[in-house]
Write a protein that binds this ligand. Structure first.
Ligand code: OGA
Ligand code: FE
Length: 272
């Protein structure tokens, strides 16, 4: 089994609720309250693991998928072509009755490219995208009341589908933590402040039990499915994840470019 040593940023112990801003915060306010602490951890190359991680046990899985999208920086094309592809992929893999693709983020490790395309940078901080509170709340925000009531009575699962836009990925690959090695108390609810609303995500506190994975040199015809919320408490519920730097990356490696599609898989029977 191959592994690399990576440095991950965790949330340090703190007493107040941490806050993260998604934009340039008011003067004098730091973009993230709460200190981060660095921990060097082994990160296993999932390609070389004896057993392939799954969504319901470890909380993530790698699979192949060829997209017809020509330009992931074209928002219109992503919504028109990529959203239906992801809707179908997640529906088939999870066996859901319905899948809603509701958002996406393109990320680029180069500052110049970020300015040119208006995209984000890799996230070098261990987190999970939804919490016990924000999972169901997001369903209510996205669906009308009667529909949300129906959907929330059955199982639903938030899945992020992460894919390199260009490959193979050398810089800043994504590390994900085996859900079985995390306790609920490692997840710290954190306000995520947008200009027009406040969401809630989990920051992650260090625990030596955490077992981290990544998939080396991911290609654009591969996707990593990350479970970010499961309403069923008896399966993997969340997957802490973070970008990290592999010390073996050549200095001239191209900046990472990726897209993550945000989806919800519903298991409610189709309304008759
Ligand atoms: C995600 C995520 C960070 C990154 O896909 O939810 O946090 O660096 N990605 O790609
Ligand atoms: Fe995330």
């Amino acid at each position: 089994m191959d592994q690399v040593q990576g440095v991950l940023n965790y949330l340090d112990e703190m007493s107040e609720k941490p806050v993260t801003y998604t934009y340039e915060p008011p003067p004098g306010t730091s973009p993230r309250t709460g200190r981060t602490v660095k921990h060097e951890v082994p990160i296993i190359d999932g390609r070389t693991a004896a057993h392939q991680p799954s969504l319901d046990v470890e909380g993530f899985m790698l699979t192949r998928h060829q997209s017809a999208v020509a330009n992931f920086y074209d928002d219109g094309e992503v919504k028109r072509v990529y959203y239906p592809e992801m809707e179908r992929l997640v529906r088939e893999i999870l066996g859901a009755t319905r899948v809603l693709v509701f958002d996406h983020n393109v990320r680029n490790g180069s500052k110049e490219a970020r300015a040119r395309y208006g995209v984000r940078e890799p996230v070098r901080f261990a987190h999970n995208d939804y919490t016990l509170k924000s999972g169901p709340l997001r369903v209510r925000e996205l669906c009308d009341d009667a529909e949300a009531e129906h959907l929330l009575r059955h199982r639903y699962v938030f899945i992020n589908v992460w894919r390199p836009v260009r490959g193979p990925v050398e810089q800043s690959p994504l590390a994900v933590c085996d859900a079985r090695t995390m306790r609920q108390s490692d997840f710290i609810a954190t306000d995520l402040v947008y200009r027009d609303r406040t969401g809630e995500v989990y920051s992650v506190r260090y625990n030596p039990q955490h077992r981290w994975y990544y998939f080396s040199r991911m290609r654009p015809d591969e996707v990593l499915l990350l479970k970010c919320y499961d309403s069923d408490p008896d399966r993997a519920r969340y997957t802490a994840h973070s970008a990290f730097e592999d010390p073996a990356t050549p200095p001239d490696a191209a900046p990472r470019e990726s897209i993550e599609a945000r989806t919800i898989a519903f298991f409610a029977p189709a309304a008759s």
